[in-house]
Ligand binder design. Sequence first.
Ligand SMILES: [Zn+2]
Length: 226
Amino acid sequence: MTCKRSREIDIDCFDAGQLVCQTCDRLISVLDTSPFSSWIDKEVDRKRDLQASGQLKTRIQTNLQDDQEIDRDGLHAEIAACLVLCPHRLLDWQNAATSNQNNRGGDLPSDWTGLSKPIEIKFTRYFSSKLGYLLVRPPSGQGKAMKPDFIDDAYYLLLTRQQGMMQVLGWIDRTEFLARKKIDPVGRSAAQVECWGVLWRDLIGLSRLERSRCTNFLKLDTELGR
Ligand SMILES: [Zn+2]
């Protein structure tokens, strides 16, 4: 649901506040993050080296190749969300991403976005009528079973990639996640941890996300060709 307009943006020129289309008054929901690809690739390589030297734990249920793809997708999704919700904090986000600190439950803190809850960003590679889940797994070292305690008091945002662009599919808070979740919605092998998930169609639309007090209105002038 967009007005199908676009433009290039200069990321250095934003104040505090969300990126909103001046024409339709909606949050920007589709972004091209490819200008950040070389920064992201370097970051993924750096993490791979840390994992290889044992300084960073690899995920249990995947191999290194998958880990790198997951890291790459996740960073593109986080940059897109950061640009929509707190574009003036992009440098802070990049610094946090390179610090190796665990920011589970709060990829974008409240004091960056001006919202009442932190933002936790999730990505799905799969997006169709029946696929595209916002998935939450137990934190590492916390066993295989999911618990309500592992769902943070945050706004969970789900993104996917469509025609090379990052697209926000929707969001959900803790209460609604627990009410709408399915258990192991994408199946689970014996070796994998339990997983709870909400299908993208059961998420809440971006138009119903809390709006920040300040706004960066964007005049979108280029009609998107299809
Ligand atoms: Zn618009």
